[in-house]
Design a protein around this ligand. Structure first.
Ligand code: UDX
Length: 432
C-alpha cells in the first residue's frame, strides 16, 4: 500500500519506518526541512533502539521516503496518517490541536481521489468529527473517510511494540475502510495481535482511558510503597503477589519516582478536561495527577531526610536523568525537579545519563555532566539511581569511592536491600 505519514516525530517516524518494513511505500512528510535533510542523510533525530537499522534498510530499498512535499505525498498515497504532536495547551490543560487541524486543512487542499485519513496522534474524544468537518468544507464526503487508529508505542520499546502489539484499535463505522486497514495490519494480526474495531470516538477514548489507567496503576503502587516504607513491608512482595492475580496483572506495578514522559502526564490532564467539558467529573484521574505531582515533592523530602537536612556542599551523584531508560527524552522527568532543587540547596551535583548531556541543566552552575558512572560517583556523599538503565544494574559500589562513606538512594529498586546492608552500604530504596 502507499502511505503518507504527516509529522515525522516519534510516532510518525517509528510507525512510518515499520510500515515500510512490512512492504509498504511510505512517504514521511514534515515541514521541518532540517529534519528531513537529516533523515535523507541517514541521521535519526530521536534516540530509539533499533530504529536506525530499520530506517536505513527501508530508505535504501526506496520504500521509505522523507520529504517536505506534502502535496505529492498526499496525492501518491491511499492512506494518510496524521502523526503530528498534541502538546498540552498553554491556555487550559487540554491537548493543543493546532497542528492536527493544520494537517486536516493541508489534506483537504491536496485530496484528488478517495483517501483514508487516519488520526494516530493522541486527540481528545470528538476530534475526528472536527477533522471531518474541516475537510468537508473543501471536499466532497465521497472523497475521504476519517478514522481513528491510536498508537500504543512505548519509548525505548517502540519497534517491539509496533511489531508485536497486544491490539490494534480502529475507530470507524465504514466497513470497506476498516477492511483496508485490516489488510494493512495483516502481518501483525497473523502474529497474534487482536484487530479491534469500534466507532471513531470509541477509539479516541480507548487511548486516553488506557494511558490514564496505566498512570493510575503506577500511582497506586507508588502510594502503597509509601505505606510500605512506614510499616516495614517490602513493596516488591506486594507487587509480585498482586500481579499474580490475573484480574490485576503484573505489569506497571513497579514503584519508583513519579511517572513522566510525553504521554501519561499530558494525557491524564487532557482526559480530565474532556470530562469537565462533558460535565463528567473524572475524580480518580484527577487524584492520580495530584498524587504524581506530590510524589516529586516526596522524593525531594526523602533525599533531605537521607542527608539529615544537610544538603549544602554535599556531593550528590545522579545516575540517569531521563524519565525512563532507552530514551533521551527528558519530558516530565522527576530529575527536572530534583536536580535544580539540590543545586538551590547548595549541593554539587554530578550526573550521568547514557543518552548524553542535557540542555535542561546547562544553566545550573553547580551541576556537571560526567562521562561515566565512576567519574560521576567519585567522592560522592549520596548516589541517587534515578533511571533504570541496564548499566546501572551491576555497579561495583565497592570500587566507586574507597576513602569516602557514601549513601545510596535507589529510586528504581535495582539492588537487594539485604545484600547492600551485608556489604556495609547505607542503602535506601522505594517502599522497602
Ligand atoms: C506510554 C504508554 O505505555 C504507551 O502505550 C503510550 O501510548 C505512550 O505512553 P512511555 O511514555 O514511552 O509509554 O513510557 P512507559 O513505559 O509507559 O512509562 C511511563 C512512565 O511510567 C515512566 O516514567 C516509567 O518510569 C513509569 N513507570 C512505568 C513506573 O514508574 N512503573 C512501572 O511499573 C511502569
Amino acid at each position: 500500500m502507499k502511505i503518507c505519514m504527516i509529522g515525522v516525530g516519534y510516532v510518525g517516524l517509528v510507525s512510518g519506518a515499520c510500515f515500510a518494513d512490512l512492504g509498504n511505500t511510505v512517504y514521511c512528510v514534515d515541514k521541518d526541512k532540517e529534519k528531513i535533510d537529516m533523515l535523507n542523510k541517514g541521521k535519526i533525530p530521536i534516540y530509539e533502539p533499533g530504529l536506525n537499522e530499520i530506517v536505513n534498510k527501508n530508505y535504501l530499498s526506496k520504500r521509505l521516503k522523507f520529504t517536505t512535499d506534502l502535496a505529492t505525498a498526499i496525492k501518491s498515497s491511499d492512506i494518510i496518517f496524521i502523526c503530528v504532536g498534541t502538546p498540552t495547551s498553554k491556555k487550559n490543560k487540554s491537548a493543543n490541536l493546532q497542528y492536527v487541524f493544520k494537517a486536516a486543512n493541508d489534506i483537504a487542499r491536496h485530496i484528488n481521489k478517495f483517501k483514508i485519513i487516519v488520526t494516530k496522534s493522541t486527540v481528545p474524544i470528538s476530534t475526528g468529527d472536527k477533522i471531518e468537518k474541516i475537510i468537508f468544507k473543501k471536499r466532497k464526503k465521497r472523497l475521504f473517510e476519517v478514522v481513528s487508529n491510536p498508537e500504543f508505542l512505548r519509548e525505548g520499546e517502540a519497534i517491539r511494540d509496533f511489531r508485536f502489539p497486544d491490539r490494534i484499535v480502529v475507530g470507524s463505522n465504514n466497513k470497506k475502510v476498516t477492511r483496508k486497514l485490516e489488510s494493512l495490519y495483516d502481518p501483525l494480526i497473523k502474529k497474534g495481535a487482536v484487530f479491534f474495531v469500534t466507532n471513531r470516538r470509541g477509539a479516541e477514548m480507548i487511548k486516553y482511558a488506557s494511558n490514564a489507567f496505566l498512570a493510575t496503576k503506577i500511582s497506586y503502587i507508588n502510594e502503597i510503597a509509601n505505606l510500605c516504607e512506614k510499616t516495614g513491608v517490602n513493596i516488591e512482595d506486594i507487587s509480585i503477589a498482586m500481579g499474580l492475580d490475573k484480574r490485576i496483572g503484573s505489569r506497571f506495578l513497579r514503584a519508583g519516582p513519579a511517572y513522566g514522559g510525553s504521554c501519561f502526564p499530558k494525557d491524564t490532564k487532557a482526559i480530565t478536561v474532556t470530562g469537565d467539558l462533558f460535565k463528567t467529573d473524572l475524580s480518580i484521574i484527577k487524584s492520580v495527577i495530584k498524587s504524581n505531582t506530590e510524589r516529586k515533592i516526596l522524593l525531594i523530602k526523602r533525599i533531605e531526610k537521607i542527608l539529615s537536612n544537610n544538603i549544602k556542599n554535599k556531593k550528590i551523584a545522579i545516575l540517569g536523568v531521563t524519565f525512563k531508560p532507552n530514551t533521551d527524552d527528558m519530558r516530565e522527568s522527576s530529575s527536572l525537579l530534583i536536580i535544580p532543587f539540590l543545586e538551590r540547596k547548595g549541593a554539587i551535583v554530578n550526573y550521568y545519563d547514557p543518552s548524553g548531556k542535557k540542555k535542561e541543566f546547562s544553566k545550573l552552575s553547580k551541576v556537571f555532566f560526567c562521562k561515566d558512572i565512576y567519574e560521576t560517583c567519585k567522592n560522592s556523599d549520596l548516589i541517587i539511581i534515578h533511571t533504570e538503565w541496564d548499566e546501572f544494574k551491576t555497579i561495583d559500589f565497592k570500587k566507586l569511592s574507597k576513602n569516602r562513606k557514601f549513601k545510596i538512594y535507589d529510586m528504581r529498586n535495582l539492588y537487594s536491600p539485604k545484600k547492600m546492608k551485608k556489604m556495609g552500604f547505607s542503602y535506601y530504596s522505594v517502599g522497602r
